[in-house]
Design a protein around this ligand. Structure first.
Ligand code: SAM
Ligand code: SF4
Length: 337
């Protein structure tokens, strides 16, 4: 692939990390993410697997080194392994450093080996509780045993598993140490995510479930010694090591501004909208240039460059008045978390 000048935004940030949502559909209905009755997009609106390939390959040609596939639930998309295998060629060529996936784990038992063969080495599995009844409640449609089998299959296939847990006050507060112990026993890193004000989810999502990861950390420090790690991913995660167990624990505070200055990432929705910032509505349509020029990516690359030239400095979330100011109307399942 011809290497082009890299993507640098107006604040001198190099864009090296792309998250792509490959579907808006999901086999779960997590209360903080989706309404129970979701109207999903018609198939014609979604990028085809070929269009996803062209889009990701264009970004890789522009310097993206890390590609994370998300959704909705990426592993429920038909033939998605074809796409993973296609992206594997960029790993083989050395153009891409890492191909990863964020999943609810429900389909991992089926796909773990194929993901490994495609070149995936790490998966993030979202899991908020180890209690089967609570799991059924928070995901509405999910089954914990299926996800646990998926995690085991992933590890058996050689994939490194990281657990992502949304911190929810009054829901998994009492499981903090159980989750830490369970991850330690399974040699899995664990990251806590603050709940974000996303979409209109009716009564199931409540701002009073907000539990700051600063409080999560303080609770952890009642039992463990935390050592700050210098590691930065260019995203909203900060990491500590627990001195007693050696475990790495992450904290994602999407509502704070303190990571924007090092932001290295952009997101593309399953319809080909490029969001330059998770917390802003600014976006660029990449589906139009993809479809208008099926055999030539010149217009696509032009649209990507123009969009990056308009990447905002940071986002607008503000929980300080206990309401979801800066709330954006789209669901996480649309932009892909
Ligand atoms: N279905 C996959 C999964 O659950 O991992 C991938 C998509 S999901 C939208 C990506 C991540 O976003 C998950 O870890 C999920 O817990 C998180 N998420 C969804 N809605 C959220 C919200 N309102 N606030 C914080 N995290 C959220
Ligand atoms: Fe589905 Fe993931 Fe959203 Fe849960 S968080 S509803 S698993 S997309």
């Amino acid at each position: 692939m011809m290497q082009q000048p890299p993507l640098i935004d107006p604040f001198a940030r190099a864009i090296t990390y792309l998250r792509v949502s490959v579907t808006d559909r999901c086999d779960f209905r997590c209360v903080y993410c989706m309404a129970e009755n979701m109207a999903f997009l018609p198939k014609k609106d979604l990028l085809t697997l070929e269009e996803l390939d062209r889009l990701c390959s264009a970004f890789i040609g522009l310097g993206v080194r890390k590609l994370r596939i998300t959704g909705g639930e990426p592993l429920v998309r038909r033939d998605i392994l074809t796409f993973f295998r296609a992206m594997g060629r960029h790993l083989d060529s050395g153009a891409l450093d890492e191909l990863t996936v964020t999943t609810n784990g429900s389909q991992l038992e089926k796909h773990a080996t194929a993901l490994w063969e495609a070149g995936v080495r790490r998966v993030n599995v979202s899991l908020d509780t180890l209690d089967p009844d609570k799991f059924a409640r928070v995901t509405r449609w999910g089954r914990l045993d299926q996800v646990r089998r998926g995690i085991e299959a992933a590890q058996a296939a050689g994939l490194r598993v990281k657990i992502n847990t949304v911190a929810l006050k009054g829901f998994n507060e009492d499981e903090l140490f159980d989750l830490v112990d369970w991850c330690a026993a399974g040699d899995m890193d664990l990251t806590f995510i603050e709940v974000m004000p996303m979409g209109d989810l009716g009564n199931d999502y409540r701002v009073d479930q907000y539990w700051s990861v600063r409080d999560v950390r303080a609770r952890l420090e009642e039992r463990f010694t935390t050592v700050d790690l210098a590691e930065r991913t260019g995203g909203p995660a900060r990491y500590v090591r627990l001195a007693e167990t050696g475990q790495k624990i992450g904290f994602i505070t999407p509502l704070s501004h303190n990571f924007c200055e090092s932001c290295n990432r952009v997101r593309v929705t399953c319809t080909g909208e490029l969001y330059m910032c998770l917390g802003q509505e600014d976006r660029a349509d990449l589906r139009a240039p993809l479809r208008a020029h099926p055999g030539d990516d010149g217009a696509l690359v032009g649209a990507i460059r123009a969009a990056i030239a308009a990447k905002p400095r940071g986002h607008d979330f503000d929980y300080s008045r206990q309401r979801a100011d800066g709330q954006v109307s789209r669901h996480m399942s649309h932009t892909g978390g």
